[in-house]
Design a binder for this molecule. Sequence first.
Ligand code: FES
Length: 154
Amino acid sequence: MFSSAAKQEIEDIRTKYPNARAALLPTIYVAQREFGWLSSEAFDAVADLLNVPKATVRGVATFYAMYKQKPMGRHLIQLCTNVSCMILGAERLVDFLKITYGVEPGGVSPDGRFSLVIMECIGACGTAPAMLVNDDFHENLTEKNLQEILEKYT
Ligand code: FES
């Protein structure tokens, strides 16, 4: 189920930890990146590869909000709406995303392009509003530059 590149990456991760359970978090992260989200089959693949009980994998993965257990868009928008970002227009950005891309908090756009997750403070209050798109950080957001940024993610 894993690509050979992902298997190699997981083997490399495994060597950095004293046992397989300790390597679960980064391995589950690789699985999520590989499959887009963590289906039951993805949990099984991690369990088989690390030789740990499936219940252990599921228990770890379901504890953390960063692991997604439903299908996601191709790109994950994590937009902060906490106090600094809210004061500087994050709520307008949420509305803009809904109107322009059809994606609501916790949802996926109809074309499968974007998922939107609302974040609490992401540590960029001085340059709010801020967001992550996948692993890319963006700040000083306005409706105009938000659209310019998102057009790069096809
Ligand atoms: S409140 Fe949004 S980054 Fe801190």
